[in-house]
Design a protein around this ligand. Structure first.
Ligand code: SAH
Length: 218
């Protein structure tokens, strides 16, 4: 069996390869995103029987029919969100899942408020985030469709589950010049979109075809 230090070194090397080959050598050039993804130990957010695959170029099951997003998707969504909002902005995350995306945003200095529907996943991700000293400003168990009125308005909203329509609460709780990054169902399947609020109006840009778990209606 490897010592804890040897494991940490092995995982750091695996992360380096992940960041280089899957992220930097594609189209992500934002140093802050690359740095955070090099630093945050992704294997902490993956169940024990999946640890060997923690840095693979795909999503992985985390239980309860949910997944931790593919590393590239986390990098792409984080870049889209953070490029246009001021440092330290309030960010609402919908669907904390494993807590990996939460950790990246907290490490980058954002005031993160995260909502997760499933209490089991929320408990698990809280433990990991606490252990790494990366707890966000708030973690709430609830339906992300409703946003988090008492903590808004948000400079950014990021969702890792696919809604059929942009929830009204997200539009209302987004600050002026705020950005939403989320997958949405269209007649041609799921696409990742980026919305920008300007003078109260949202404009939308289609980014790429994606596959996310559904944003569950409760
Ligand atoms: N970024 C996370 C993604 C997890 S998958 C990660 O990489 O680990 C999407 C998450 O959205 C799941 O945990 C799922 O339980 C959650 N979810 C689905 N519907 C939801 C809803 N209505 N409100 C809040 N969270 C929801």
């Amino acid at each position: 069996m490897l010592s804890p230090i040897a494991v940490a070194v092995r995982e750091e090397v695996a992360r380096h390869k992940m960041v280089l080959e899957q992220i930097a050598q594609r189209d992500i050039t934002d140093d802050r995103v690359l740095k955070a993804m090099q630093k945050i130990p992704r294997h902490f957010f993956v169940p024990d029987d999946m640890k060997k695959m923690a840095h693979d170029d795909n999503p992985l099951p985390i239980g309860h029919e949910q997944t931790i997003s593919q590393p590239y998707m986390v990098a792409a969504m984080t870049t889209l969100l953070t490029r246009l909002i001021p440092d330290g902005s309030k960010v609402l995350e919908i669907g904390s899942g494993s807590g990996y995306q939460t950790a990246i945003l907290v490490d980058m200095g954002y005031e993160v408020h995260s909502i997760e529907l499933l209490p089991e996943l929320l408990e698990q991700s809280k433990k990991v985030l606490q252990g790494l000293d990366l707890m966000p400003a708030s973690m709430t168990c609830g339906d992300g469709h409703l946003g988090l009125l008492e903590r808004g308005p948000f400079g950014g909203i990021i969702a890792a589950a696919c809604a059929k329509k942009l929830p009204k609460a997200w539009k209302q709780q987004l600050a002026e010049q705020g950005v939403i990054v989320a997958p949405m169902s269209t007649i041609n399947g799921q696409h990742l979109f980026r919305w920008l609020k300007n003078q109260g109006k949202l404009s939308r840009k289609k980014v790429m075809g994606v596959r996310f778990v559904p944003l569950v209606r409760v």
